[in-house]
Design a protein around this ligand. Sequence first.
Ligand code: 5AD
Ligand code: SF4
Length: 441
Amino acid sequence: MPAKTFYLETFGCQMNAHDSEKVVGTLIAQGYAQVPTPDEAGLVLYNTCSIRDKAEQKVYHRLQQFQRSGKGKIVGVLGCVAQQEGERIFERAPHVGLVCGSASYNQLGELLVQIENGRRRVTGLSLDTDEAFETPYTCRDNPHRAYLTIIEGCDKNCAYCVVPFTRGRERSRLSQGVMDEARRLAREGYTEIQLLGQNVNSYRDPSLADWDFATLLGRVAQVPGIRRVRYTTSHPRDFGKRIVDAMDENPVICDHVHLPVQSGSSAVLARMDRLYTREEYLERIGWLKNARRRYSLSTDIIVGFPGETERDFAETLSLLDEVEFDSVFSFMYSARPNTAALRFEDHIPDEEKRRRLAIVQERQRAIQLRRNAALIGGVMEVHVEGRHKSLGQWIGRTSCNRTLNFTHPAASDASLTGQYLSVRVTRSGPNSLVGESVCVV
Ligand code: 5AD
Ligand code: SF4
């Protein structure tokens, strides 16, 4: 087995996916080669998520599976479970040699050198770092669409959320660094940029330029060569009207806003420490609905937060009816270590959480069926993401963040991936659209 090979598997959110791209860049700069299976690798890394208990259990399951087959390899746990569990991981999974949280990735190169020099166990668990994770080389997975971190960490204290404990304090990147990276991406041929952060809306330029998120968003959208800009994720408390204005003024910014609400009940929102009421959330939705452009809206919902009554739950359902989101990610509340809600009373039984989740999903499915059906006959621009060979269809994504799969007569061989095409919608389902490309003759 060649000494310097690594395998990396990633769990969790887009921040984690992008961190992995940076970790790969760091490893390659250090002389490692990436291999596609753990069997071929000398170093096996898992970049982990701990947002819900299930995600964390998946990681331990993977580590156990590997304990039997992974003799002689160095196993590393990165990301949120690493930060949350720290050295306890060595007790549960004694074959692990490296534990490093995302706030310490700047030290990753150094930690690897220690391992190469024979240290059995190394850790990077400090949350004190106030620098963002900058690397000279990021190995991006997609040649057309690039993630770009603008802010790391989170200073909110949502009562259910483990992220402030796993990703540390908020730190914004210098606007100059963000703009340099955006221009470099455009030069390299990327046409779509997704700005990333746990709460992008609270971005604050540490330099004298002092840009807020709305300014940064507008400036990135004006970089020549960039055709689409997205951003995730938003916190309603920090989602100001200026962001909507920046979107209205820059058609390059996609027609989609993900604004996690979590609950439709102001009483639950207060206990979650979300810092807004149902009415304040709806005010922001009003800005978006009354904007110059039509924006598609998506959200996150947690059902079964401790103390959530039938009445609270009914308010979440009525919010779904009132807003008519284009998509909803819904989850059963999961108790997480260190969080305030762990100590709350009136935990809802799993069975009841499951029942509420099913109701939310059924209700939302009907809304999406209706909203998507209304798009039939229209023409939408897609960014082509790839091809479903078996279906004979290309996979496209609309500016409003829908998957629109389509047929294209002239493209049996030539690759359309990365191109922007006009597609007429012919069919719809709850989660995607189907269409045919509109050939310009
Ligand atoms: N339990 C269930 N869902 C959670 N989320 C965050 N923490 C928890 C938790 N403890 C959800 C929120 C968040 C999304 C990324 O995950 O809805 O917006
Ligand atoms: Fe999971 Fe949250 Fe960490 Fe992302 S930041 S990997 S969602 S725990």
